[in-house]
Design a protein around this ligand. Sequence first.
Ligand code: ADP
Ligand code: MG
Length: 332
Amino acid sequence: MGEFELIDRYFRSAAAQMPPSRGVALGIGDDAAVLEMPAGRQLVAAIDTLVEGRHFPAGCAPRSVGHRALAVNLSDLAAMGAEPAWLLLALTLPSADAGFLDEFSQGLFELAREHRVALVGGDTTAGPLSMSVQVLGNVPAGEAITRGGGRPGDLLYVSGTPGDAAAGLEHLLKAQPVEGADAEVLDPQLQYLLHRFLYPEPRVELGIALRGLASACIDVSDGLAADAGKLAAASGCGATIEVERLPLSEALLERAGRERAVAWALTGGDDYELCFTVPPSRQPAFESRLANVKCRVTCIGRLDEKLSLRVRRAGIEVDCDTRGYDHFTAAG
Ligand code: ADP
Ligand code: MG
């Protein structure tokens, strides 16, 4: 299978079968895509690269790789309160492996369909497995939610149950492939944690609901404490997280015990939840709008004036590694 057949079979034909989507004047097949921007909206763009052995373990299920490649980008758009519309895929793979491509494209298109984003172009090259997905979306002009709009006193929230994905990843890295074993034989809690790493749900609907209400927002990819710290720093203030308020899933608590569950929730990565702030004056409006959003949110603390991120347990400050992941200082 050559490059053009590969693009046609796995990407162009599936892209053509997508429901008619927003403003694609010209999609895959020409030198570039031509896209119509809705009037009164601003373009919001994000790109993220996934490298095998770095962002996902070697041998990871290709369907998950396809899902995550898009999910991590949709999560960035969600954090801006943007509505995603289009995606581009730059894929580098060692060989034209039909088994990989079938499952990878399936994972990618399942999520694309769910969020009605159209694949409008990309690039395909041979080399070590990695991929960059660019997502383009839009917001009503002036309404993007940034990291920097928080003020001391604003309530700090997180969506979902952070820490699950890190626990799932740890199991994935430790698990020895057992002859004849598959996901069905795992206990349901472990399956749930693995699923949280392999198939994160970008909080697009929540991000859109937060427009006009959240003062600042960031998506949690490097660990809740690190990312909340980035939000606070961008907002020119500090933040306190109360350990007792962390929303921990039952699966995480039972698998890891409370201490490790708390550590994973604060410093594990790959959650793709939203961390955001709401001024107290907007809290009633926020509560009523949230009634229509399926995703759980929990108030875990507040912004304050101290210019650092602090974690408190029973009102007493405790140590927490708030540095998050850094590709160029990480060991290995
Ligand atoms: P060019 O050499 O002009 O960049 P390519 O041969 O790279 O063109 O790509 C041909 C067409 O296929 C372009 O429209 C490009 O956007 C699209 N394309 C290439 N690879 C992918 C991919 N992995 N997914 C989606 N579209 C792709
Ligand atoms: Mg090209």
